[in-house]
Design a protein around this ligand. Sequence first.
Ligand code: ADP
Ligand code: MG
Length: 693
Amino acid sequence: MTLDSTAPVLAQSVQYVKGVGPARADLLAKLDIRTIGDLIFHFPRSYDDLTNVRPIENLEAGVLQTVQGEVVEIDGKELPDGRRVTSVVIADGRGKCVAGVWFSSLLIVGKVRYGQQVAFSGKPKWYRDHWQMNHPRVQVLDDEEARLEVVPVYPLTEGLRPEALREAIRGALTKGAEAVVETLPETTRIKREYPSVVQALWQVHFPEVLAQGVHARCRFIYEEFLILQVALAVRRRNVRDRMQAPKLVTTPAIDAHIRALYPFRLTADQDRAIASIVKDLASDRPMQRLLQADVGAGKTAVAVYALLVAVANKHQAIIMAPTEVLAQQHWQTLDRYLAKSRVRRTLLTGSLSAKERGQTLSAIKTGDIDLVVGTQALIQDDVEFAKLGLVVIDEQHKFGVHQRARVKKLGVDPHYLVMTATPIPRTIALAVFGDLDTSIIKQMPPGRQRVLTRWHDESQRERIYQRFREEIKKGRQGFIVCPLVEESESLDLTAATELYEILRAGSFKDCRVGLLHGRLADNEKQRVMDDFRAQKLDLLITTLVIEVGVDVPNATLMIVEHADRFGLSQLHQLRGRVTRGTVAGECYLFSGVTTEEARLRLRAISRTSDGFALAEEDARLRGLGEFFGARQHGLGDLRFGDLLHDIDLLEMARSDAIELVADDAGLRNPEHAALRRAVLARYGQSLDLAAIG
Ligand code: ADP
Ligand code: MG
């Protein structure tokens, strides 16, 4: 990639640039600019467009504008406080004038003369009877060559003047721009009408008009996205071209048989997802599909359909969950659907004895088991299958580019269906799951209740407890969720345990209160959950976020403590736990709010129930890094692009990448050589790019 280019000149110290001495080099180092390459790629944050000239009579107060006129007055005087002010007045020949005012004469005296044509750029204000600009930017227009400028605005550091930085960048470009490698293939570049990399670098820093600078900058964003999308397209091709999957055909009889197992009618969204899956499974290329939907929208129901198609085709199928508790839950769901079926199934858990485990594994290996449920950890490690047709991966709300689960296989490859309960903004889905086909279920099953969500401070606590006691008396159940403090598991534990003791002895002494936290052994967790599900507990105090992911239709109440410590998506996930039944859920967020951002989050969650809208909001508020969890997404840091704002460029890059890889899967065309190197340099490690390696 252009940025990682190792051309020697780009790696040279900035001190080799004309006009950069040790002192300036130190200032630049504060901006992390050490080499000529760094300087070249220190892009402006924005531009001040000074080419947009207004007649003086149309000036607007407080907005950056440029005016032109002849210098008619240069004047200096001393203010009562001893400061000197210099004013330069320009007139437009129609009786209108603007005074530029400087509080330090050094900045202006000697730069302009009477009678010269000059332009002032600045934010005017109306002072007594004329327009005035403090410290406007001055451009002298007498010179033949002079033209108005678009001035880039750079991230600066104390002591580094913008002019000095621009001068250094000009020097760096002169020395090094030609050495920057062009990674965009000529054909692609021309199709998208982008300047060459060298031109683009000059245009980003010294645009003639605003649009030119902006367009040149887009080139770099596009380039960055293209490299990512080519990597994903290569991986996708890898799967398509090199892998053989069994054709799993859904006959009308199979379809009818499966549908008869549902105690409800599938929603239109579920049917649409199933139609895509049916088509994928019938192909001899492995399905690579992402199924996205809010918690409770009916993904598992769709997955069950796919699992049964595999089994009906005499293949094995597995469903993997991130935790034991969730695996257990999938197991119970399957049990419900399959009550009247002869599908041979097993749940692989950590609590099996060595002997049981050995027997189960050998039954799977010989093909005496059709359906396996378990955690990713257990299944990925050492399970061998006789005839594996389908893998369903429930990622819940953790997802990443390169940690996608894989299983050991014998012979052909299975089809893959990945489920995620975190609604992902479309751009992010494209970037992270760009190699997968996507199905989305937006519609909730009919009759699903919304969750009333309220944000309260401490003053409401007793009132809410009272409400909980009343509802519990009517037979409802509830959760009280304490936040995870990642640095200190023991702190969490203390917080939850203390709350448990306090509530059990106090406000909820007449209720059956349980405690669930991460330090409990798996079977202990399971026991607590079972008790809760069996309604032997009324109220569950828990520190666990994912593990609360259990279907308990009778649980309709939730309190989230320190709600400001949760992300929007997390809060949305959490309240999804109290929407399972026919009674409307209630979710109370307790927080004495800390930051403005937290306030915005809590307000958003109280107002919106659309998970996708919240996901976008969440990513916007927290920034993408946070949204994904630090570096989990495997994208590394994008340097130029912004997944939330540059969606058009991302989609362009994606379609170009798919086309490019379709024509040249191995990127062997000499025109693609530089691109290929860039893709490998950036994603060779994190993605499996054997096809081009
Ligand atoms: P998810 O996996 O997306 O969380 P599930 O498939 O587990 O959602 O479904 C959540 C609940 O809704 C389950 O109790 C399930 O039985 C029920 N359900 C799913 N699809 C429908 C439907 N089409 N109509 C009515 N209820 C449904
Ligand atoms: Mg589910």
